[in-house]
Design a protein around this ligand. Structure first.
Ligand code: ZN
Ligand code: ZN
Length: 235
């Protein structure tokens, strides 16, 4: 299995365009999944092209939460690939869902955590007081991974929910951890909690923030994986 960061505000491979937002592609033997779309369809299109991923080859689109830096390219995706199956948290407005339905009829509102594709993929639903979001856990014989868009519900809460749902430990974490406004002291607490859970490797990006990236790197040392747009991970 391979994960490619296809949209990110952190630069990595200079062939890819850097822009605020997040998206990644999961190349799994069973399904090709696009997790989020970034903000701008033209940048998503360019980066998918650079990664040689035809939009029509995507089987599943997961939209983590309703912020535009994660779903801005969604209309373009369903327009280009009406056969894709789209998963959205059930806080999406009817209007947003309706826009997607103009091109695509396979839209699934996620009301609780669910498993797909013979239990290899698990969509984990979490919420804080004002937003619901979905994260993707993937279980493979090699590793259990979790991909989170913005972690508005708190990354440790999301991991707890994922572990509870899949009844196994998460070993590798990808995505945005939303620690831009968090104090150094609290980031250190979060990093230590992550480290003390069974998490082995961490590949944060997007809204994690420079301070948090530094503190996480100190805590995870060689198990901190450098992420950013164009980064590829073989798992
Ligand atoms: Zn967000
Ligand atoms: Zn975001």
């Amino acid at each position: 299995m391979e994960i490619i960061t296809i949209y990110d505000n952190i630069a990595n491979d200079p062939q890819f365009k850097t822009d605020w937002g997040y998206a990644c592609v999961i190349n799994h033997p069973k399904k090709r999944i696009l997790f989020d779309t970034g903000e701008h369809a033209n940048i998503l299109e360019k980066n998918l092209h650079t990664a040689s991923i035809p939009i029509k080859s995507i089987d599943i689109l997961i939209l983590s939460h309703l912020h535009s830096d994660h779903i801005g390219g969604a209309n373009w995706v369903v327009e280009q690939n009406p056969n894709v199956t789209v998963y959205i948290p059930d806080t999406f407005s009817k209007k947003l869902e309706h826009q997607l339905r103009i091109h695509c009829s396979n839209i699934i509102r996620v009301k609780k955590s669910i498993s797909l594709a013979q239990n290899d993929f698990h969509i984990i639903l979490t919420k804080n007081i004002w937003i619901k979001e979905i994260s993707l856990a993937i279980t493979t014989p090699q590793s259990n991974i979790l991909i989170s868009g913005c972690s508005h519900s708190g990354i440790n809460n999301i991991l707890d929910e994922a572990r509870k749902y899949i009844k196994q430990d998460i070993l590798t974490l990808f995505g945005g951890l939303h620690l831009l406004q968090t104090s150094d002291q609290n980031i250190t607490k979060i990093a230590q909690k992550l480290k003390n859970s069974y998490l082995k490797k961490i590949a944060p990006c997007h809204c994690t923030g420079d301070k948090a990236l530094t503190i996480l790197k100190e805590n995870f040392s060689d198990d901190f994986l450098i992420n950013g747009v164009g980064a590829k991970f073989n798992l």
